[in-house]
Design a protein around this ligand. Sequence first.
Ligand code: BGC
Length: 835
Amino acid sequence: MRIIIVLCIIGALWAKCGYAQIYKDKTAAVEARVEDLLHQMTLEEKIDYIGGYRDFYIRGIERLGVPALKLTDGPLGAHKDGKAIAYPAGVLTASTWNRSLVYELGKQLGRDAKARGAHILLGPAVNIIRSPLCGRNFEYFTEDPYLNSQIAVAYVRGVQDQHVVATLKHFVANNQEWDRHNANSHIDERTLHEIYLPVYRDAIRKAEVGAVMDGYNIVNGVHVTQSDELNNQLLKKRWGFQGMVMSDWGATYNAIEAANGGLDLEMPQAVCMNRANLLPALQAGHVKMATIDDKVRRILRIMFRFGFYDNAQSDASVPYDNPAGREVALKLAQEGIVLLKNERNLLPLDRSKVKSVAVIGPNANSYVAGGGSSYTFPFHSTNVLDGLKDKFRDVEFYYASGIAGHWDAVEKSLFYTSAEGGERGLVGEYYDNTRLAGRPVETKVDTIICIQNGWHVASLEKGPPFDHCSIRWRGIIRPPKSADYLFTVRGFDGFRLRIDSETVIDAWKEQGITTKESILFLEAGRAYSVVLEYFADCHPVDISLGWRENRVSFDEAVQIAGKADVAVINVGLNESLERESNDRDFGLPAYQDSLIQAVSAVNKRTIVLVNAGGNIDMNRWVDQVPALLYLWYPGQEGGKAVADILSGDINPSAKLPVSFEYKWEDNPAFPYYHDTDGDKEVEYKEGLFLGYRYYDSAKVKPRFPFGYGLSYTRFEYADLMVRQEESDTDVEVSFTISNVGLWDGSEVAQLYIRPMHPFVSRPYKELKGFEKIFIPKGQKRRVSMSLDKESFSYYKVDKKQYGYDSGLYEILIGTSSEDIVLSKVIEISAERDSE
Ligand code: BGC
């Protein structure tokens, strides 16, 4: 500390006298450079510095040669500049249980960020999965704090080793999307410390994460962006976090509270922490100068620590469509797709017997991902249908969507420019502003209304040559018969649809990808006028319109399933149904349950593939189908990975990072998740007993437990040895796994600890170690894991410390949380605090 003060004084003197400036000296210590630069900034510059600008930047200071810092979303692709490698969902990443592969993911995301000159990546997203309904579960990792930390630490290290700052988000307990600005999560201290906080502590201590993003939500009565207790006392003081705390986009609600509550950077711009609010607050003594200095210091520290001041961030040697990233995206999908059912060894498919495959389902022939700010447009992607066709070249394929999806309708929709013999298509008027104001800069006929990520899909031409724009399409439709018709519009940002003079869809606001539907009865042969209006403000142009008769018929799907050797149905959610700022239903989208029932009734060799960020209701069909794979959202290479697994080229090795309940009502958060009385208070009354921590001692059991996943081979466990070192919490655990099946494969062995006679209420057992290990068929491997005092600890509320108690502990080795295959009891003699 003294050294810093001396350096500061010297720095300030030098600067005043016009001598060499320490902050410019690459060889000087980071802290000295920070202090020197801080002292050269004016008060106004300091205040301006702690508010973002241009949506995804921290401003530069030209006078001092300080570069602007660029941020990018995160966490599944570095995509703020347009197309990027679209990696699989976070929950799939956790399903790999493979730390080194997750490190590789971080590394490639870091490289993708550098290719785009981005300094800060907005990921990983590490909120605990508390309920299957949270619209962002697909971005998150798991229900378990230990697995969460292990995956997050590997991800952060990977990103930051590339000199890109990783951002842990969304601090903390942002476990639902419903009313995310106003929901107040009531969580007791112990639960907060044992379940929701460990990932932040570990990423700070073990990976020195550079940034933390405060969520929109309220925890125990205080918005996180203004929580002195969470940001200042815990994160910064107790855990020694040296990086910066930024707000989520628009999550700052009060200048003085946020400034004093430990928020260092308001994003995307200084709506609260600006000159107008902070200068008078400083003068009146409501905010101290030292508080502002600390914020600036934290951002500058990142700039010097990561080399942003000394080096240009753009790395032209990394291609935008980075091949190494594509490989990691594929590897993750191969290792993260979970095989949940495989009766009679239907899988892998026997190539000598399978001559025809029926591929069915609305998700099988398109790129499927979760929506919101993580949504990444890939340069190219392989869907399930194409992946399978490419793998099984000599097999005959049939395809039927079963339930016509939006894209089918878009492709087949017929429009005409006018009622009297006009040409095919709608007349599009393109405006260079977002208000449809003035004269259109271009007018042309579009036969298909579909622009995706700035490109006209039909003509493969680049869309409007400007970013902030609006478009109006006009024309008519002529229904072939009198019936109900379904209109669907899907777009980034605002759109509205008029049929004749009635507005049937109105979503005129800035928003992530959204799909809206409307059903209308139309008469045969009549001309109905259509007007679609659209604006794009914060995303590249992305808009599509389709209409079709509102009729569901499984006839074609059933017919192709009936004649094929195998039926593959890909159902589930998508970017409109599962995304941030919305929670979702537990059920599959309309008619999908019935589609699976209809198809599996005619083909006993039906394989179901599900896209979702968490569990969904399977009750109506799961016992009827022999094979089930959970794809989550498998990223741009997903279709290839599915084909690799179905063909047996890859032996599945993923395990669930979250328990799958039979029904939503079984979930311990069920009674408290919804704010039934509208008071916006969300009680976490299940406390520590979340996921397997609950099912272990509850009467209900999950359908598929935490840690569960099948392989094509079989593993046997034996010879457990447990060796305690002098300090009896340092424990070496080893055992042998033999691959006794017919396939080479990887196994995820899990270590749980059970306190046998706990002094306080504790979960029956908790995950404290795991290893993923590849074992060729017929061979065996010795697996070792180490435990330390943290492994036995819990949060002692009276001491406000983690610590452990003396007593007997059972070491449990399992293939899942429900299948414990080896165990041994040890004694811990001393009682200690561990933090
Ligand atoms: C999300 C963040 C994201 C930010 C910037 C917010 O709506 O919650 O996760 O990083 O937008 O896109």
